[in-house]
Design a protein around this ligand. Structure first.
Ligand code: 4G1
Length: 221
């Protein structure tokens, strides 16, 4: 799976070289290509933004610079995603859908956003990670890359994908590890029993109980 990321702050993506996603990059299961939009400024001061027409606070990213950055990517068939608070909120269903693609181009806004004309020209889909104000689309892009990469074959062991919550529409059952007694609290006896059928049944019941208590709206569907 190839990700091209169009951003003014490529250094922010260094975080992805850690942990499971970092391993997936090393193994060449995923390829994250960072494109610095600033490199495509024709201006001698490397200007990438300007004041908004009509007035108002802040700066708007220039359409020509963003367009030139986009055009530097050869593949005209890749899906272009704009990380934007105006997009539909990302969920696991959308993540699974995107994981079927082989090449995604992710555009990150900063400041007050990007000139609408270039968005209308190149963007296939707008996706948001939630309803709150952020300084840029970079962290949302990383959320998208992390969530989608988990579905790329070889990134996780098959088991963890099957067992995780959301795939069954429920929250996860509680997990325990050693020590058997922590601060006087024992691990639920059943988990030590070795009786796999009973453990599975107990976990399912806990999942339902926790979902009812913490996210009742998830059961209404
Ligand atoms: C109006 C949140 C503005 C923000 C209303 C989730 C947020 C990208 C996302 C904003 C962004 C609300 C996201 C806001 C995001 C231009 C650059 C847009 C940063 C920007 C609720 C600032 N998921 N926000 N505007 O945060 O890019 O993807």
């Amino acid at each position: 799976m190839k990700f091209d990321v169009l951003t003014l702050f490529p250094e922010m993506f260094g975080i992805l070289n850690q942990s499971i996603i970092g391993k997936a990059i090393e193994k060449e299961l995923i390829d994250i290509n960072l494109i610095n939009i600033r490199d495509f400024s024709k201006d001698k001061h490397k200007k990438v933004d300007d004041t908004p027409y009509g007035g108002g606070a802040g700066m708007v990213m220039k359409p020509d610079v963003v367009y030139d950055a986009y055009k530097s990517i050869e593949d005209r068939n890749a899906k272009v995603i704009y990380m934007s608070p105006q997009g539909k909120t990302l969920n696991q269903k959308k993540v699974e859908e995107l994981a079927k693609e082989s090449h995604l181009i992710i555009l990150c806004g900063h400041y007050e956003g990007i000139d609408q004309r270039v968005l209308d020209k190149i963007v296939d889909e707008e996706i948001s990670i939630g309803d709150y104000v952020l300084t840029g689309g970079e962290i949302p892009a990383m959320v998208l890359i992390d969530s989608v990469s988990r579905y790329v074959k070889g990134v996780l062991n098959e088991e963890s994908i099957q067992e995780e919550s959301f795939s069954n529409g429920l929250l996860e059952y509680p997990q325990y590890t050693r020590p058997e007694i922590f601060e006087g609290v024992k691990v639920p006896e059943i988990l030590l029993s070795g009786h796999h059928e009973n453990i599975e049944k107990w976990r399912k019941e806990k999942s339902i109980e926790i979902t009812k208590k913490k996210r009742p709206e998830m059961l209404e569907k």
